[in-house]
Design a protein around this ligand. Structure first.
Ligand code: PLP
Length: 390
């Protein structure tokens, strides 16, 4: 089989073998429904409880503040719809210009339904304009939803300060922490937020399982109305195997966070330095001082990111241009545009997102191959040739 160098961990991660192991019994002999009255089902409920404890512990929450959902997108939607349903008289909502489509597209949908939306801008390094945020909080603001860490650039927002400012105005605060949880410390005791989304497949659990943290006392309206599961906060029979897998992934993430982060940031820095020093007209996007340890977003000016991806793909190198959800369209990423990255650079941007499974060999191979790919594409680029002739 072709060698795969996987550097697309912000899109999804490999399920950890330990996670697979704890899930397997639930596809076999342990198939009871946790809502059943009999002991056979009740036993399954115990495994869900343990998973809930592990997820809660990863973010320093109490287990009954965790609601299992089907994906990060569902957690985001649940939080935002809940806030606006809980405060129907409030018609203004706030988010940033650089959210993942899971939040961005919901806000755009709500705009069509008559909500007034404030999109808080970011600067050239992807840092949130905190003054703008403070100035736009209103008495009729129903919810503020700002991500903890950006999926495309890895930029980490000062979420404690943001949450405190929103709390002072008595407004509900939700954060999409899908890219932050498991990679950097997330402690809901330290941050006065009301709701937080996380997703399993970003932390070596399977796809299709996630969680929403809801602080005790937060007004809440369920998104999926049905059975009494999740203490009436999310109807539907639990995806038991996946939830148990998420619990194990959360336990592993807490145990390994420091070493995994140190390893991926060392490899990330090596990759960045190697590419920037060997390839002219190359820039790193995003505040280097406040970034996830595993992520770099690099622009190779005057060429298309999609073409770079295709040529890397032939060599088995997996990365991403923009977020996976927007690939398929050649529009430059809304995140880089919000940062004011020039078009010629935004078009040629690649996100490399590492994990503890990457090796120095992966990095060195990429550093060896990419200069030639970029040179070949630039030789075909009218923009590059015009720039050279100028
Ligand atoms: N939010 C962010 C920041 C993400 O990066 C993603 C996935 O890429 C999501 C939300 C959506 O999560 P899911 O794929 O579990 O729906």
């Amino acid at each position: 089989m072709k060698r795969i160098i996987y550097m697309d961990n912000n899109a999804t991660t490999r399920v950890a073998p330990e996670v697979v192991d704890v899930m397997l019994p639930f596809f076999g002999e342990v198939y009871g429904n946790p809502s059943s009255a009999h002991t056979f089902g009740g036993e399954v409920g115990k495994h869900i409880r343990r998973a809930r404890e592990h997820v809660a512990s990863l973010i320093h929450a109490s287990p009954d503040e965790i609601v299992f959902t089907s994906c990060g997108t569902e957690s985001d939607s649940t939080a935002i719809w809940s806030a606006i349903a809980s405060y129907p008289e409030k018609r203004h909502i706030v988010t940033s210009r650089v959210e993942h489509p899971a939040v961005k597209n919901l806000f755009e949908h709500l705009a069509k339904k008559g909500y007034q939306i404030t999109f808080v801008p970011v600067d050239r390094q992807g840092r949130l304009d905190l003054d703008y945020l403070h100035d736009h909080l209103r008495d009729d603001t129903a919810v503020v939803s700002i991500m903890w860490a950006n999926n495309e650039t890895g930029v980490v927002f000062p979420i404690e300060e943001i949450a405190a400012a929103v709390r002072r105005r008595g407004i509900v605060f939700h954060t999409d922490a899908v890219q932050a949880v498991g990679k950097i410390p997330v402690d809901v005791q330290q941050v006065p937020l009301d709701m937080l989304s996380l997703s399993g497949h970003k932390i070596h659990a399977p796809k299709g399982v996630a969680a929403l943290y809801i602080r005790k006392g937060t007004r809440f309206a369920p998104f999926l109305i049905g059975g009494h599961q999740e203490r009436n906060r999310r109807g539907g029979t639990e995806n038991v195997a996946a939830i148990v897998g998420l619990g194990e992934a959360a336990r592993l993430a807490a145990a390994k966070m420091k070493t995994a982060g140190e390893k991926s940031s060392r490899l990330r820095d090596r990759l960045e330095a190697g590419l920037v020093s060997r390839i002219p007209k190359t820039m790193v996007n995003g505040d280097p001082r406040h970034r996830l340890p595993n992520t770099t977003n690099i622009s190779f000016e005057y060429i298309e990111g999609e073409s770079i991806l295709l040529m890397m793909d032939e060599l088995g190198i997996c990365a991403s241009s923009g977020s996976a959800c927007t690939s398929g369209s050649l529009e430059p990423s809304h995140v880089l545009r919000a940062m004011g990255v020039p078009f010629t650079a935004a078009h040629g941007s690649i996100r490399f997102s590492l994990s503890e499974h990457n090796t120095e060999d992966d990095i060195d191979y990429t550093i060896e191959k990419l200069p030639d790919i970029v040179a070949r594409l630039r030789s075909l680029s009218p923009f590059w040739n015009a720039e050279q002739a100028a």
